[in-house]
Design a protein around this ligand. Structure first.
Ligand code: ADP
Ligand code: MG
Length: 401
């Protein structure tokens, strides 16, 4: 798909309405100001803002914060985010207490070329999530062009993520461009062979994703709690493991679908079990079918991880969502950490395009200390998963030319 980027835009003196993702985690002391506890998303917004400022645009930021559901909820104001953003940007960020109407217009009119203004939470208005035409028009009144830099909100057809793109000349921001390019390298037009790893807890939440991936990938490794469901579906005892027994037929259907599409499926060869899911609980390596009634499968076994590492060496591209075990509770982080480090090493050496995403997956790669070695790690959450499911994302589709 093709879209316009900021390299195609005439920016001087223009009012650029920029949809960014500023939905950062905050900590609030009682009676005190909100403090940003992780500024990853603020830093991600910087390249686009800097490019617009360098081109002489007036930068007007649109964002949501939390879920006020169309009403003004003071604890969900973006106001405390403005100084945090100013800090990572190294430039002042003005704030306006509404994103439309006179309050917004007065603040926008006061801008000079290169200035940055943050408008209040777009979700204070019900028209945002309804993608209401009048609300989108009211937003558009303050811009000459629209830039979408919030891939993580692109799976929603809201006024600031989709509607605006039809009202103003629309461009992909730098972060959006990076994300789309990386995702295209991983699944759109990958170098083959391409290997997938899908883990995490539930088959039921990743059904569409598994169904899409088996039609696109050369190899797919299944891990985590969902692998238990696949083992159960194949007649293996899973003891007291987390397992969605009602999904057994679905698991068998995915195995069949993989066969029909020439996607080689890697199910666990061995597993790590314990009686308790607790830090430092005594862990044992077991073969399939050797799980006692009171034991839980909590991680992939060493042979399984070894085979996965070989498969990475024999692939050109890796796409990964979902940890291989309960990585939050050592020693059950071992399989995930070893596989993650291997992928990171190969990516760093230029031997593998390694792309990963998903809330817990990002946490697991950070825990393994190798997120920085991956070719790309998507922090987009829901949008990343919908993209892996092969769905068209409204915010991205609206940028298409
Ligand atoms: P993501 O957020 O990256 O998409 P998920 O939310 O699907 O990933 O899955 C992450 C969760 O899966 C983690 O909390 C992890 O503890 C859990 N998990 C992994 N393996 C197992 C297992 N064998 N049994 C139970 N839970 C597991
Ligand atoms: Mg999760």
């Amino acid at each position: 798909m093709t879209f316009k980027t900021l390299d195609d835009a005439d920016l001087a003196g223009k009012r650029a309405l920029v949809r960014v993702d500023l939905n950062v985690p905050v900590h609030r002391e009682e009676g005190g100001d909100a403090q940003v506890t992780d500024d990853t998303r603020l830093r991600a917004a910087v390249p686009t803002i800097e490019k617009l400022r360098a081109g002489g645009a007036k930068v007007i930021l649109l964002a949501h914060f939390d879920r006020p559901k169309g009403k003004v909820v003071p604890s969900m104001s973006l106001e405390p985010i403005a100084p945090a953003l100013a800090k990572v940007l190294g430039a002042p960020v003005a704030f306006a207490h509404d994103c439309v109407g006179d309050v917004a217009k007065t603040a926008v009119d006061a801008l000079k070329a290169g200035d940055v203004l943050l408008l209040e939470n777009v979700r204070y208005h019900p028209g945002e999530e309804e993608n209401d035409a009048e609300f989108a028009k009211a937003l558009a009144a303050n811009g000459d062009l629209y830039v979408n830099d919030a891939f993580s909100a692109a799976h929603r057809a809201h006024a600031s993520t989709e509607g605006l793109a039809h009202l103003l000349p629309a461009y992909a921001g730098e972060q959006m461009r990076r994300e789309l390019t990386a995702l295209d390298k991983a699944l759109g037009n990958p170098q083959r062979p391409v290997l997938g790893i899908v883990g995490g807890s539930k088959v039921s939440s990743k059904l569409d994703l598994l169904r899409n991936l088996v039609t696109k990938l050369d190899k797919l490794a299944i891990g985590g709690g969902m692998a238990n469901t696949f083992l159960y579906a194949q007649g293996h005892d899973v003891g007291a493991s987390y397992c969605e027994k009602e999904m057994a037929e679905t698991a068998r259907e995915i195995i069949r679908l993989a066969g029909q599409n020439n996607c080689k499926l890697f199910l666990p060869l061995d597993i790590v079990v314990a009686e308790k899911m607790a830090p430092g609980a005594p862990a044992r390596v077991r073969g399939l079918g050797e799980v006692d009634d009171d034991e839980r499968i909590l991680d992939a076994g060493p042979e399984t991880v070894e085979r996965l590492c070989r498969a990475m060496e024999n692939s050109k591209t890796l796409i990964w969502n979902g940890p291989l075990g309960v990585f939050e509770i050592p020693p059950f982080d071992k399989g995930t950490v070893e596989a993650a480090r291997k992928a990171g090493e190969l990516a760093k050496a230029g031997k593998l395009v390694a792309v990963a995403g998903g809330g817990d997956t990002v946490a697991a790669l950070n825990h393994a200390g190798c997120a920085g070695d991956f070719t790309f790690v998507s922090t987009a959450g829901g949008a990343f998963l919908e993209w892996m499911e092969g769905k068209s994302l409204p915010g991205v589709a609206a940028l298409a030319q």
